[in-house]
Design a protein around this ligand. Structure first.
Ligand code: AMP
Ligand code: GLY
Length: 273
């Protein structure tokens, strides 16, 4: 094993062992730009660039892409200081959702049921519970419906669907307690039909990929859309820029085609073939 945070050790290892390509799995090295560094060293790598990984690395960045490209998502405001955040929550309906801007291993989202819970969460996040990730927060509207995750593989221009998965996020038995990154998962989804999948592609996936191209950050990698489905309407909760843990365990076995061919086609921008 080499230390995943030591990028020069990774580069050395690849060069000394004639590694053909690198698949970067977790969010931290993606957000820190490991793909860009591998490419600078002419090592083929699969995953989004540092800039494109901001779709997961900053919830504020994700919201801006959504706003600029008419992707449906919860109404929100961003804050850096507790005082205006508290003024805001005095005026809104509960429950409301409070999120750390940056990476927090799935634990940076609090659903506040009342003003006291909101006050406590805002104070905790802004005073450093999640470190740098909590320097800014988002406060957003609570969406109703059921949740599902959708996975697509993208080559910067083209994409292919990899299917839907559901997960169990709450830490306690019978879906109680705080959110986690996911305690369990299943696929395929019995709740999503072809028509809904088409709507998700049309309203969320395509405009996001177009939006990333518009800002010169083409998305190449696995795009994992966390969605809330309210009746006929899908809304974007969040993006992850990778396979999920534990979702990978139910998505990968359902891929019938050769996985290496799929990844190499994505690296080469040939998913359309
Ligand atoms: P996120 O990391 O943004 O996906 O949030 C983690 C989890 O918090 C989601 O999977 C939902 O269960 C919940 N959540 C996040 N945002 C909202 C929202 N606006 N309304 C309802 N639940 C939410
Ligand atoms: N299970 C969601 C994640 O990997 O972030």
């Amino acid at each position: 094993n080499i230390n995943i945070n030591d990028f020069s050790a990774i580069i050395n290892f690849c060069q000394n062992n004639q590694i053909d390509f690198v698949f970067v799995g977790p969010e931290q090295p993606l957000v820190e730009g490991l793909i860009d560094i591998l490419e600078q060293h002419k090592i083929r790598a699969f995953g989004p660039s540092k800039k494109a990984s901001q779709l997961e690395g900053s919830k504020i960045f994700m919201k801006k892409i959504a706003d600029d490209n008419q992707v449906p998502t919860a109404q929100y405001q961003t804050f850096e200081d507790a005082k205006p955040a508290l003024e805001f929550v005095k005026k809104i309906a509960f429950p409301c959702v409070i999120k750390a801007d940056g990476l927090a291993s799935g634990k940076g989202v609090i659903i506040a049921q009342n003003f006291e819970e909101a006050t406590q969460s805002i104070a905790e996040i802004l005073s450093g519970k999640f470190g740098e990730a909590g320097k800014k927060i988002i406060i957003e509207e609570f969406l109703r419906g059921f949740e599902v995750s959708y996975f697509v593989i993208c080559d910067g221009v083209n994409f292919l669907p990899l299917g839907f998965a559901h997960d169990h996020k709450k830490v306690g038995e019978n879906e109680t307690g705080l959110n986690t990154g996911g305690m369990g998962t299943f696929a395929p989804s019995p709740f999503i039909d072809k028509k809904m999948e088409e709507k998700i592609i049309e309203k969320i996936i395509v405009p996001t990929l177009d939006g990333m191209n518009k800002i010169n950050a083409p998305f190449r990698g696995i795009l994992f859309a966390g969605l809330m489905i309210d009746g006929e309407n899908p809304k974007l909760l969040e993006f992850n820029t990778r396979f999920g843990d534990p979702e990978t365990q139910v998505i990968l076995p359902r891929i019938k085609s050769d996985f290496v061919t799929l990844i190499e086609s994505a690296i080469d921008g040939k998913l359309n073939n």
